[in-house]
Design a protein around this ligand. Structure first.
Ligand SMILES: Nc1ncnc2c1ncn2[C@@H]1O[C@H](COP(=O)(O)OP(=O)(O)OP(=O)(O)O)[C@@H](O)[C@H]1O
Ligand SMILES: [Mg+2]
Length: 327
């Protein structure tokens, strides 16, 4: 299988902790994902008996570097809980529902979707939570990559390749692309590629993603700031991206937080097991502090409620409340 990574390359690439630490994490992981040893073996290219032996700590000492790396790498690429940056309870807001609907179009139907909105419209947080939820259901139908400013297509491909667990080595664009296509081709429904901060993608990167979509049928979710759609329609880019534009199945501009959602989240966070009763004055004050000017919304500049601000403010209120109770 050309796209399977060589065990040694994987062990060199993966900074796996000690056997006991990986074993403990693996037992926890398989328990939470309801995954059998045989299923784990299939995912990492080992037989059930190897996984059995390794879990029981019966691999001869010092010889488990490859299987340990394979299991650790797998768990890292298929997280069940979000990274520290997206930890916390997910509120099922209107933005969340909109993002989930389009995420499902991409993962289940291979569609191309753009999600954009002002900062703090729940894009990264929700996408990460959705991907973890898929992993917990053993669906593994999406990979997440972050687009950095001025990123070249080879770097983008390497990031995607890493998430898919394919060999990337020192490789040039072509071999990495082929390995990714081979990996996507092995799945009944190829996982969707979710690119966050997609406003950073230049024409070459966008065309690389289109090639992956055209040749494998994988869905694409591009999430980014307000000017994401402008990246496609700017006069100097439009001519190069005509084919891209013709493939976009959905593009949703996210609305930000609704006022009743703000109230609900605040009541939940400030309550003591039960939603707190909040006065209209307090909710107004919160809303005022969470309101942010959306400078990219065109001529009629408008404002929106930022969930990022709200989360920070509520943390401050809670800390103050706990401080006053403690003192
Ligand atoms: N649905 C949600 N439930 C609870 N908290 C949320 C939710 N969405 C976002 N948050 C909180 O708001 C913060 C900002 O959200 P997020 O990072 O998803 O915004 P973003 O749209 O990706 O912004 P940017 O465009 O700046 O990258 C998160 O770190 C999290 O604390
Ligand atoms: Mg973000």
């Amino acid at each position: 299988m050309s796209a399977r990574m060589d065990s040694r390359e994987l062990a060199e690439r993966t900074a796996a902790p000690s056997s006991s630490e990986v074993r403990e994490a693996a037992v926890d992981y398989m328990g939470r994902a309801d995954m059998t040893h045989s299923e784990m073996g299939q995912r990492i290219g080992y037989g059930k008996s190897s996984v059995d032996l390794w879990i029981q700590g019966r691999y001869p000492s010092g010889t488990d570097a490859y299987i340990r790396a394979a299991i650790w790498d797998y768990m890292e690429r298929h997280r069940l809980t979000p990274r520290a940056s997206a930890k916390g309870r997910l509120f099922e807001t209107e933005n969340y529902r909109q993002i989930r609907r389009l995420f499902e179009r991409a993962t289940q139907h291979g569609e191309l979707v753009l999600l954009y909105g002002p900062p703090g419209t729940q894009k990264s947080f929700t996408l990460e939570h959705l991907i973890c939820a898929q992993n917990r259901d053993k669906k593994q139908n999406a990979v997440y990559v972050y687009a950095s400013a001025q990123m070249r297509p080879t770097v983008l491909l390497k990031r995607i390749g890493r998430e898919l667990g394919v060999p990337i080595g020192r490789s040039l664009r072509e071999p990495v692309l082929n390995n990714i296509l081979a990996a996507l081709g092995q799945c009944e429904r190829p996982p969707a590629i979710v690119v966050d901060e997609a406003q950073h993608l230049d024409v070459a990167c966008l065309e690389t993603l289109r090639e992956l979509h055209d040749r494998s049928g994988c869905g694409l979710v591009l999430a980014g700031s307000h000017n994401l759609y402008l990246c496609f329609t700017r006069p100097e880019r439009r001519a190069h991206l005509e084919q891209w534009l013709s493939r976009i199945d959905h593009r949703d501009q996210l609305p930000g937080l609704q006022r009743d959602e703000l109230r609900e989240i605040a009541a939940h966070e400030l309550g003591n097991g039960h939603p707190a009763k909040l006065s209209e004055k307090f909710v107004n004050e919160l809303a005022k502090q969470c309101r942010v000017e959306d400078i990219f919304s065109g001529e009629n500049s408008r404002s929106y409620l930022s969930v990022r601000r709200l989360v920070k403010l509520l943390a401050q209120y809670k800390a103050k409340k706990e401080g006053s109770h403690g003192g």
